[in-house]
Design a protein around this ligand. Structure first.
Ligand SMILES: C[S@@+](CC[C@H](N)C(=O)[O-])C[C@H]1O[C@@H](n2cnc3c(N)ncnc32)[C@H](O)[C@@H]1O
Length: 226
């Protein structure tokens, strides 16, 4: 299964790419996260599952010292071609080729390893990611979801429920866990870091559950300081 998925991504990236919003909108999205967590300029960041490097590039624009990692050779090939000044590695997220306690932020967006009907099964993986952070630093896991707890119709992406994500993350050995829900379109541009709070999360959860709107669960996990 793991190998065939990798082949699928290689073939996909040979001809295509995932759609992103405008650079301005995506910059606002990344800035929203960085400001919320007060990540300092020059922080060491890992873009885990970087694909063709789009968010690696945006993180770089936002002043981060970033490296992209993906197991798709084709994805990383394209990333290197497009963003020649940035650094990318081909590696499996299950065997990250860096020392423990290296990064100030690990950014994980849409990583296929979270594409499972049982979110709790990803707890060991998340714990392993925390190992690569320096003490007291941050892991962000961003998961597109309409919150219905079922597979998306046009792809095999799983729309996780807020509660199943929350229950899993609350069992982690970490300093803190926050889960926000955001629309990804207007809020980052107009509200910035103020979009990431319990109040807006409640409102948007309500709207998403009443409509078919797709938002994003943003899981913010702080590693323990030992
Ligand atoms: C939906 S794409 C998201 C890419 C990028 N984060 C973005 O938002 O544009 C998922 C990415 O995860 C990568 N991926 C999946 N499983 C992986 C693994 N075990 N190790 C490293 N990368 C993996 C795929 O190759 C693919 O590039």
């Amino acid at each position: 299964m793991g190998k065939s998925k990798k082949t699928w991504y290689d073939n996909f990236y040979k001809q295509s790419d995932f759609k992103h919003r405008s650079e301005k909108q995506e910059y606002a999205y990344i800035k929203m996260l960085i400001k919320k967590l007060r990540i300092k300029e020059g922080a060491k960041v890992l873009d885990l599952g970087c694909g063709t490097g789009f968010y690696t590039h945006i993180l770089d624009l936002a002043g981060m010292d970033v490296i992209g990692l993906d197991y798709s050779k084709e994805g990383v090939y394209k990333a290197n071609e497009t963003f020649k000044e940035l650094e990318f590695v081909i590696a499996d997220a299950n065997r990250i080729p860096f020392k423990y306690n290296t990064f100030d932020l690990i950014f994980v967006k849409g990583l296929s390893l979270f594409n499972t009907s049982d979110f709790s099964s990803t707890k060991p993986l998340i714990t392993s990611f925390l190992g690569y952070l320096t003490d007291g630093e941050w892991l962000i896991i961003a998961l597109g979801s309409n919150l219905r707890g079922e597979q998306k119709k046009d792809s095999n992406w799983f729309n996780h429920r807020f509660d199943s994500v929350k229950q899993t993350l609350l069992r982690l050995d970490c300093s803190s866990v926050e889960i926000y829900y955001t629309d990804r379109i207007l809020s980052p541009v107009f509200l910035g870091k103020f979009a990431l709070n319990k109040f807006f999360t409640k409102i948007l959860l309500f709207i998403a559950l009443k409509t078919k709107l797709m938002g994003e669960l943003i899981c913010v996990i702080k590693k323990l300081s030992r």
